[in-house]
Design a binder for this molecule. Structure first.
Ligand code: ADP
Ligand code: MG
Length: 197
């Protein structure tokens, strides 16, 4: 598994296994009951499930990312209606803040944030008259570019930081998985456009 291979190079080789276990459990939850209409409820439930079943840093970090995203969406819904682009930006911003707070991390430290923060910037800065599918593609591309850019960074957080300069030359597994997750967010938003016309 690709994410696990990346983690074997600069960590302990469990990142793909961790996320596979977590998202399988989330998928099982969603299959067991009718999926709630409210994305805040879906994200909150998924985040709590990840916290419960995934060991390792990424379980706690992605768990907090999704519960924070869910809480922000709930607050935003209470404050008034938002379009899909606005909701995606609020969810992504919440995920970033959750990871940054729990991980005490900032961009440039070779973590998930190095994919998520450029993605958020691309989403926020896209012209307001640009079609939503193009905006979401740009967002996903920015996450991929951000992840690739971690290759030249020195890891400052998590296990990879023990390697210091030797972490240079390797893609950060968390940034790689975050880019995949932003790709899923983009696909989901684009899918919702064609569903509703
Ligand atoms: P573990 O390091 O416990 O084995 P994983 O392998 O599942 O956990 O996840 C490792 C990834 O978690 C790293 O590639 C990095 O992106 C991210 N990470 C680790 N520590 C932090 C932190 N303090 N803040 C943000 N992200 C972090
Ligand atoms: Mg690991």
């Amino acid at each position: 598994m690709w994410l696990t291979e990346l983690d074997a190079a600069i960590g302990d080789g469990d990142h793909g296994i961790n996320l596979d276990r977590g998202f399988q459990a989330v998928a099982a939850d969603l299959e067991a009951t009718p999926v709630p209409e409210d994305p805040a409820v879906v994200l909150g439930g998924a985040g709590r499930r990840l916290l419960g079943v995934v060991g390792g840093a990424s379980g706690a970090l992605y768990g907090r990312a999704l519960t924070t995203a869910g809480a922000r969406l709930r607050d935003a819904a209470a404050a008034g209606a938002l379009d899909r682009r606005g909701l995606a930006a609020i969810a992504l911003g919440g995920a970033i803040d959750g990871i940054a707070a729990l991980g005490k991390a900032s961009p440039g430290e070779k973590t998930m944030l190095d994919a998520l923060v450029p993605a958020y910037a691309a989403l926020r800065d896209a012209p307001s008259d640009l079609a939503l599918d193009v905006v979401m593609r740009r967002t996903a591309d920015a996450a991929q570019e951000g992840a690739q850019a971690t290759i030249r960074l020195v890891a400052r957080k998590g296990r990879a930081s023990y390697l210091g300069e030797r972490s240079v030359g390797h893609l950060d597994p968390g940034a790689a998985s975050s880019a995949l997750l932003v790709g899923c967010l983009a696909d989901a938003v684009i899918g919702s456009i064609t569903e509703t016309g």
